[in-house]
Design a protein around this ligand. Structure first.
Ligand SMILES: Nc1ncnc2c1ncn2[C@@H]1O[C@H](COP(=O)(O)OP(=O)(O)O)[C@@H](O)[C@H]1O
Ligand SMILES: [Mg+2]
Length: 247
């Protein structure tokens, strides 16, 4: 099951993706993918150093002509398994890193796609922390999202981004189920979000209020405790997603 978490910047995608990874990792083989060039999923997961797929792609791009007698796919595979995949205690992390530089990366990207496709078979759940779009999914670096979670706050911009992402998913003909999650929303904004979801035909999965524990963890630079209210909310919605995926 591939779950892509997307939405406007600053709405809580990384928070929610990180919690999903940690919670689902209790039961499943989970791969966390940081697909935001401004990568900080590692931080949310308490992982510090890693090499990115982007770095390996650059090395490959600039040395592939010298790799005459080397199987290029095997080379890439070795690098990704050996240097990019970070193995934490109960989940693995893959950081996509920055987008490619100038020039044609089609060859490199095609190989990468093949390697990633193979890699993904080792996991039950893949959680992708995206930027405010579906970059890696639209370019098929990551194949076939089953679920797209669009995170929004109560701002107009957040809601418009949610609509735009859904349109994009429809244009791409993705067979994914799309859900809206409102985060950091309380008071009168709750009703406004519910109305928006109803009018626009979004399945509203949950409304998560601001959580002091998230702010504290943020300041301390540590992952959000799984005992926090927000983690409990995410745990419930993870159960719903797993149930629906199995139905
Ligand atoms: N429910 C919440 N309560 C309090 N702070 C939150 C909540 N959700 C997110 N935040 C904070 O908002 C900021 C942006 O969240 P983040 O997950 O990094 O967003 P994104 O990945 O969408 O850019 C972070 O500092 C995060 O700790
Ligand atoms: Mg983020």
């Amino acid at each position: 099951m591939v779950i892509a978490v997307t939405g406007k910047g600053g709405t809580g995608k990384t928070l929610i993706a990180g919690l999903l990874v940690r919670l689902l990792a209790k039961k499943y083989r989970v791969l966390a993918v940081d697909a935001d060039p401004d990568a900080n999923l590692g931080e949310a997961l308490g992982v510090e150093s890693y090499k990115t797929l982007g770095e390996i792609r650059e090395i490959f791009q600039h040395s592939r002509d010298d790799m005459i007698s080397i199987n290029k796919e095997s080379w890439l595979e070795g690098k990704i398994y050996g240097e990019v995949i970070y193995e934490a205690e109960d989940f693995d992390l893959l950081v996509m890193g920055r987008p490619e530089g100038e020039g044609c990366y089609c060859f490199a990207n095609n190989l990468l796609r093949a390697v990633l496709r193979k890699l993904m078979r080792h996991y039950d759940v893949i959680i992708v922390d995206c930027e405010a779009g579906l970059e890696h999914i639209s370019r098929r670096t990551i194949d076939g999202a089953d679920i797209i979670l669009i995170v929004t706050d109560a701002s107009r911009k957040g809601l418009m981004t949610a609509k735009r992402i859904r349109e994009l998913a429809e244009e791409l003909n993705l067979r994914a189920r799309i859900y809206l999650i409102a985060n950091r929303v309380e008071g009168s904004a709750v009703q406004a979000i519910e109305e928006f979801a109803k009018i626009e035909g979004f399945s509203l999965l949950d409304i998560i209020p601001p959580d002091e524990e998230v702010t504290k963890a943020d300041i301390a630079g540590v992952p959000v405790p799984l005992s926090s209210e927000v983690a409990k909310k995410v745990e419930k919605l993870a159960e719903v997603l797993v149930c629906e995926a199995n139905s």
